[in-house]
Ligand binder design. Structure first.
Ligand code: URP
Ligand code: ZN
Ligand code: ZN
Ligand code: ZN
Length: 488
């Protein structure tokens, strides 16, 4: 039966340790990890000799069935998760979008959207306006609904964008709840100006997307968010760091001791913006995402930042639109729905780009693709580890196999792939999710409804000692100066 599985003879990798061992799984939980386990006939045995046995990937940045730019991203919770499982990712964290400004209504809408889930998932919550109701809803979400992170958009003027005033209120509220604030860091007012500039110049194609929102606008917003987080003394998570400009702000803050997490996304690590100049609109449009994929050079610098630990983890920002949806912007790049695929490709591309090339170790691979997500969002070691008692979310990766990425063979519902034709070394041959073998011999066996909502408790490790820093700050303020009335 599939409820008892023994993985034999593989190299078991955790974020800080690797050893040759067997892994025994029963009823969705890892029971034992040690060499030479013996079992009865009722156990499915998988031979992992010469292969790596690792925690399933956790993608911290995904938008399934997201209503955005007049349409909805085409991978829903079932198709996006099936694609994820085929690529070795066994959990994702999706961004709930409020409904008419209500966070709770948004949460309820996402509860419905996610009913057919075939793998475990959690939620971040986007905050797009501010008042007493929103503030109260944040409390309810943290204390009763398992949400411990809130995303603020400094871009998308006219829809999601919020002011610095709201950002400060949001930071304060997050901190008081032990929830992590996240920012999409681009200066939305300046992007609006940049877009008008491009249209005036007659640059209406996809290259106008990159030209209208250059790295300087990402650097500015990143620096601003980081400084305001310092002023509030809250930890901060910068999503999709796409440029050297933003990465250097993150590095500088970390060096000064500030708790800032920098998230890499696969597209930023492995692509460059030359695609946006492709004369075929349908090719160029598929690379439109925000912040934009940058000029060659940024990709390599972001890889180096990941290996140095300035960027701590890798997500995807998977948000897929098919060719028909992308064509909404055929005459105006501002109408091309923003987003690229990646949930199925992330584990392979990080392995190929970072491990195969010698830029990170196998244990670091586990850290950046799985363990660090679990630690930051406070679900470690239930997730992100191969330890007795952890959830049985496990992959077996063959470092000697290779294959070619293509829309013809991928499992996402979208009809294109931004990594089309790329050959990668290293292949996830088996995925186990919740103790079930869901991917084996290039075949998916997923069960709709088997994925569980994973509650993420507040006050993760980034909050350790924050109170002490506040106390130090308060005691560092001088006593109020005693003034006397001037008699002159
Ligand atoms: O282009 C993108 N990134 N689409 C998804 C929304 C966001 O900003 O993350
Ligand atoms: Zn033996
Ligand atoms: Zn974003
Ligand atoms: Zn996103």
């Amino acid at each position: 039966s599939q409820s008892k599985i023994l993985i034999k003879g593989g190299t078991v990798v955790n974020a800080h340790h690797l050893e040759v061992a067997d892994v025994y799984v029963e009823d969705g939980i890892i029971v034992t990890v040690k060499p030479d386990i013996h079992v009865g006939d009722d156990v499915s045995v998988l031979d992992a000799t010469g292969k790596f046995v690792m925690p399933g990937g956790i993608d911290p940045h995904v938008h399934l069935a997201m209503e955005f730019m007049g349409t909805e991203s085409i991978d829903n919770f079932f198709s996006g998760q099936a694609a994820a499982l085929a690529g070795g990712t066994t959990m994702h964290i999706d961004f709930v979008i409020p409904v008419n400004g209500s966070l709770i209504a948004g949460f309820e809408a996402y509860e419905k959207k996610s009913r057919n889930s075939c793998m475990d998932y959690g939620f971040h919550m986007a905050v797009t306006k501010w008042d007493e109701i929103v503030s109260k809803e944040m409390e309810i979400l943290v204390q009763e609904k398992g949400i411990n992170s809130f995303k603020f958009f400094l871009a998308y003027k006219g829809s999601f964008m919020i002011s610095d005033e709201l950002l400060l209120q949001g930071f304060k509220k997050c901190k008081s709840l032990g929830a992590l604030p996240m920012v999409h860091a681009e200066n939305g007012d300046a992007v609006d100006e940049g877009q008008k500039r491009m249209i005036e110049l007659g640059i209406t194609g996809p290259e106008g997307h990159a030209l209208s929102r250059p790295p300087v606008l990402e650097g500015e917003a990143t620096a601003r968010a980081i400084r305001l987080a310092s002023f509030i003394n809250t930890p901060l998570y910068v999503v999709h760091v796409m440029s050297i400009d933003a990465m250097e702000e993150v590095a500088k803050a970390q060096k000064s001791g500030q708790r800032v997490i920098g998230e890499a996304v696969v597209s930023g690590l492995v692509l460059d913006d030359s695609w946006l100049w492709n004369p075929d609109f349908s090719i160029a449009a598929k690379f439109v995402m925000s912040p934009p994929i940058r000029a060659s050079g940024h990709d390599k610098a972001l890889q180096a930042a990941l290996s140095r630990g300035v960027l701590q983890l890798v997500g995807t920002d998977h948000c897929t639109f098919n060719s028909t949806q992308k064509a909404f912007g055929i005459d105006d790049f501002r109408k091309i729905p923003n987003g690229v695929n990646g949930i199925e490709e992330r584990m392979h591309l990080v392995w190929d780009t970072m491990v195969e090339s010698g830029q990170i170790s196998v244990t670091d691979y586990v850290r950046v693709t799985s363990t660090e997500s679990a630690r930051i969002f406070n679900i470690y070691p239930k997730k992100g580890a191969i330890l007795a008692g952890s959830d049985a979310d496990i992959i077996i990766l063959n470092p000697n196999a290779s294959f070619e990425i293509s829309a013809k063979s991928h499992h996402s519902r979208t009809d294109t792939n931004v990594y089309e034709g790329k050959r990668v070394k290293g292949k996830v041959e088996v995925t186990i999710a919740g103790g079930r073998i869901v991917w084996q011999n290039d075949e998916l066996k997923v069960v709709p409804g088997s994925g569980k909502y994973t509650e993420m408790p507040p006050f993760g490790y980034l909050f350790d000692g924050i109170d002490k820093a506040d106390a130090n700050y308060l005691s560092s303020l001088r006593a109020p100066v005693k003034r006397f009335k001037s008699t002159a």
